[in-house]
Write a protein that binds this ligand. Sequence first.
Ligand SMILES: C[S@@+](CC[C@H](N)C(=O)[O-])C[C@H]1O[C@@H](n2cnc3c(N)ncnc32)[C@H](O)[C@@H]1O
Length: 314
Amino acid sequence: MHNFSRPFNIESLMVTDEIQADLEAIERNVVLYEEASFDSRVEALDYLEFHILDRIEGLLQAPNSATGLLSLQQRAENVKRRLGAIDAVLFQRLRADIRTDRFRGTSLLALVTSCIGRGANGKQAQQEVGYDTLDVFTNNLFPDLAFPSETQEREPEMVFYQKTPARVIFELVEKAQFTTTDVLYDLGSGLGHVPILVNLLSGVTAKGIEVEPAYCAYASACAADLNLPLVTFIQTDARTADYSDGTVFFLYTPFEGRMLQEVLERLRTEAQHRSIRLFTYGPCTLHLAQQGWLRCVDPTAMDLYKLAEFRSFH
Ligand SMILES: C[S@@+](CC[C@H](N)C(=O)[O-])C[C@H]1O[C@@H](n2cnc3c(N)ncnc32)[C@H](O)[C@@H]1O
């Protein structure tokens, strides 16, 4: 029951009623409790966190907050737990299926399409730049390991860790059309999302080159946990890595300036023995566009925050 003996609480009472109505709508929405409604659940969990629980927290800070807020808070926490538990079961099963090789390529794509209404190319992405529901989905496929802290200081031209948006990785797989003879390298592989997802989606051999030992150890632990023998992570500087078996290279702007040019010179040497393909995302795309030995597959579509494809030519 609301306490009407404190008139200055009227505004807070109205907000409380609004929150209660919002919460009831989520509690009663049976679709949210169906496993396949992943995208609606992501939205509902987001709403619960930022429009219900945060607002309740704010109201509880006020000196004469409306009575009943605490029980509303408890109800919201309960719904959050129930919805989170559905995802926990779903992803536990998917990870078990990945480990036994039952959840790869087309079955992964089919599930993504059914769970978040999106095909491999991410054309229905909600935003052009930034992360979306596909990232929430793919993050959940990864084992729940503690996020590692950097252990060594980065050189000024080394870019800090930032994950490639998942839709860009899906697009990479679609555009690359990997064959069994391909070997993908992710230069500056961070926590390993690119090689792991590319391998899951296409089956191709995928290697990550990462200078930070803690990131490399984390990525290796993920690949081992998911039982992905064709995914390996090599802790080394991209300037000195061995690329002799690489055919496709992915760069989400891992380094800049002279360091980037030095690595590109290494790849140019590789391209003298065989043709290679490079896919880029972010500002490094402009740098690659200036290399005389590379041809951009679609120069008209060049955009820093779109996947760009380059091919070597002699
Ligand atoms: C923008 S993040 C990209 C992460 C990863 N490709 C992904 O999409 O999830 C850049 C990564 O490159 C790594 N890095 C920077 N300089 C490097 C170098 N010289 N050799 C290897 N890795 C490097 C950083 O530690 C960081 O993890």
